[in-house]
Design a protein around this ligand. Structure first.
Ligand SMILES: *[C@@H]1O[C@H](CO)[C@@H](O)[C@H](O)[C@H]1NC(C)=O
Ligand SMILES: *[C@@H]1O[C@H](CO)[C@@H](O)[C@H](O)[C@H]1NC(C)=O
Ligand SMILES: *[C@@H]1O[C@H](CO)[C@@H](O)[C@H](O)[C@H]1NC(C)=O
Length: 240
C-alpha cells in the first residue's frame, strides 16, 4: 500500500514539474498560432509580464495592461529572448529604458501604440535591430529628433499617426534605407524641414481622403486635404 502511495506521489510530482517547465500564466492563453508559439494576455490590468513564460515564446500580445514603464533588461529577465512579435499597445507606457529590449535580436514587429511615450526611445533600438514594423501611433511625441530611428536598418513600416508631432529635425529618418511605408497623419506638422529629411527611397503618395501616407515608388497623387506644406527646395519632386 505504502509503495503504491509513493509511486502515486512521484507521478504527481513529475506531472507538476512537467507543467512548471512549459507553464502558461493563469492570466494568459498560450497556443500555437500561425505557426508561432504565442502567448496572449491582453486586457488583464496587469502591471508586469508574468514570470515563467516559456522562453520559446515567439509572439506576445500584452496589450491593454498597465505596465507604466519598460525597465532595464525586462525581456532578458523574463527569458523571452525569442520574441519575434511584441504587442504592447495601450499599456500606459511612459518610459522605455534604453536596455529594455536587450536580447530581442529576433524581434521583427513592435507595437507600442496608444501609450504615453513623449520621446522616441532612440537609444533602445540598438537592442532590437531586426525590427521591420514599428508602431508608435497615438503617443504624445512632439519632436522627431535627428537620427531618431537609427539602428533600425531593416525597418520597412513606421507608424507615427495621431501623435503630437509639431517638429521634425532634418535627418530624423536618417539610416532608414529600407523604409517602404511611413504614416504620419494626424500630427501638427506644418512643414518637412528639407528635401533630405524623408528616406530617399520613399516617394510620396498622399491619398485625397484618409491618412497622409508615404509609400515607396509612387508619387503620382498629391494630397490637397491634409494642409501639409513641403518646404523642400526641390525643383522636380520634394524627395529627390
Ligand atoms: C486595475 O488595477 C488597479 C490597481 O490594482 C486598480 O486600482 C483598478 O481598479 C484596476 N482596474 C480594473 C478595470 O480592474
Ligand atoms: C500610383 O498610385 C495611383 C493612385 O493610388 C495609382 O492609380 C497608380 O496606378 C499608381 N502607379 C504606380 C506606377 O504604381
Ligand atoms: C516622381 O515625381 C517626379 C516629378 O513629378 C517624376 O519626375 C518622377 O518620375 C516620379 N517618380 C515616380 C516613381 O513616379
Amino acid at each position: 500500500m505504502q509503495l503504491i502511495w509513493h509511486i502515486y506521489s512521484a507521478i504527481i510530482l513529475l506531472h507538476l514539474a512537467g507543467e512548471a517547465t512549459s507553464s502558461c500564466s493563469t492570466y494568459c492563453s498560450c497556443k500555437w498560432k500561425n505557426g508561432k508559439q504565442t502567448v496572449e494576455c491582453p486586457n488583464r490590468n496587469m502591471s508586469d509580464i508574468p514570470d515563467g513564460l516559456d522562453s520559446e515564446t515567439q509572439v506576445l500580445d500584452f496589450s491593454k495592461n498597465r505596465v507604466g514603464k519598460l525597465t532595464k533588461d525586462l525581456f532578458l529577465k523574463k527569458q523571452l529572448i525569442n520574441l519575434q512579435r511584441l504587442y504592447m499597445s495601450e499599456c500606459r507606457i511612459k518610459a522605455v529604458h534604453r536596455d529594455a529590449f536587450k536580447g530581442l535580436s529576433n524581434l521583427v514587429e513592435l507595437d507600442l501604440s496608444r501609450n504615453f511615450i513623449e520621446t522616441i526611445p532612440t537609444g533602445a533600438w540598438i537592442n532590437c535591430p531586426s525590427v521591420m514594423r514599428l508602431s508608435l501611433n497615438e503617443n504624445p511625441i512632439t519632436t522627431l529628433k535627428r537620427l531618431a530611428f537609427n539602428h533600425l536598418p531593416y525597418l520597412t513600416a513606421l507608424e507615427l499617426s495621431n501623435c503630437a508631432v509639431e517638429d521634425m529635425e532634418e535627418d530624423a529618418f536618417l539610416g532608414l534605407h529600407t523604409l517602404e511605408r511611413l504614416t504620419i497623419d494626424g500630427n501638427k506638422l506644418q512643414t518637412i524641414p528639407g528635401r533630405k529629411t524623408l528616406p530617399e527611397n520613399l516617394k510620396v503618395r498622399l491619398p485625397c481622403h484618409g491618412p497622409l501616407l508615404l509609400v515607396a515608388g509612387n508619387n503620382s497623387t498629391v494630397d490637397r486635404t491634409t494642409g501639409l506644406r513641403w518646404s523642400a527646395k526641390a525643383t522636380r519632386s520634394p524627395f529627390n
